[in-house]
Ligand binder design. Sequence first.
Ligand SMILES: NC(=O)c1ccc[n+]([C@@H]2O[C@H](COP(=O)([O-])OP(=O)(O)OC[C@H]3O[C@@H](n4cnc5c(N)ncnc54)[C@H](O)[C@@H]3O)[C@@H](O)[C@H]2O)c1
Length: 245
Amino acid sequence: MGNLSYDFSGRTVIVTGAARGIGLALGGFFQQAGATVFLVDFDAEELAKAAGSVGATGIAADVSSTADVERVVTAAVEATGRVDILVNNAGILRDNVLWKISDEDWDAVLAVHAGGTFRFTRACVPHFRAQGSGRVVNVTSYTGLHGNTGQANYAAAKAGIIGFTKTAAKELAHFGVTVNAISPNAETRMIASIPDAKRAELTAHIPMGRFADPTEMCAAVGFLASDEAGYITGAVLPVDGGISM
Ligand SMILES: NC(=O)c1ccc[n+]([C@@H]2O[C@H](COP(=O)([O-])OP(=O)(O)OC[C@H]3O[C@@H](n4cnc5c(N)ncnc54)[C@H](O)[C@@H]3O)[C@@H](O)[C@H]2O)c1
C-alpha cells in the first residue's frame, strides 16, 4: 500500500463486507491510520481471522437484516461513543441472463447491495446528526454505470446505490455529512469467481491492463472519508484503471 499518511485517530469506522477483498483492505488501512475499526461480514469464521489479522473488532452480521445492522451500529456507538465513517462495501453476485434470474436471486442481490447500504446509512444518521459530522463511502460498480451482460440484478442494485448516494448526499449535506461512492476494480474472490474467458475479456478492456490490488482502493476511500474532503458530496469516483472512460 505504500505510506498513506491519513490520520483517522479518534474516529470510529464501520466497514461492511470486510472478511476479505476490498473491505478487508479498507479495514486494515483505517486501523493503521489510527481509527477504531469495526469490520462487518456474515461469514463469521473468515471475519474472525480478518479482524485478528488487522487488529480490528469483527462483528458478524447480515447487512440485509435491519436488526443486525442496528446491533452493529449500537455496539460501535456503545464502545466508542460515536460513529464517523461508514463504508458500505458488502456484496454478492448471482449472475445470469435476465430471463433466467429467479425472484430469489433478484431479491438477494438488491437486498445486500442497495438494502444494506440503505439500512446502514439510516442507522448511522441519528449519530451523524448528533455529532454534526459523518462520512459515508458507498461501493458501486462499472456495471451500475454501464450495465453488463448477465448482471441485471447487480446492475440494478449498483445503479440504485448511485441514486441512493446522491439522494442521501442532498438530504444530509446540512448536517455536515458527505455521501460519496467509489467504483472499484480489484482482484478479489468476486473477480476470481468470474469464468476465465469473461475475466480475460474484462481485463482487455481495462486501460491499465490489470485489476488492482484491493489496497489500491484505500487512497480514494481515505480521501473521501477525510475531514479535508468536506466539500465533496454525491460524487462517484472511479478507481478502476480507466475502464469506465
Ligand atoms: N472486485 C471488483 O473488481 C469489484 C468491481 C466493482 C464493484 N465491486 C464491489 O466491491 C465490493 C467488495 O467486493 P470484493 O470484490 O471485495 O468481493 P468479495 O466477495 O471478496 O467480498 C465481499 C464480502 O461481502 C460479504 N458479504 C456478502 N453479503 C453479505 C451480507 N449480506 N452481509 C454481510 N457481509 C456480506 C462477503 O462475505 C465477502 O466477505 C462489493 O460491493 C462489490 O460489488 C468489486
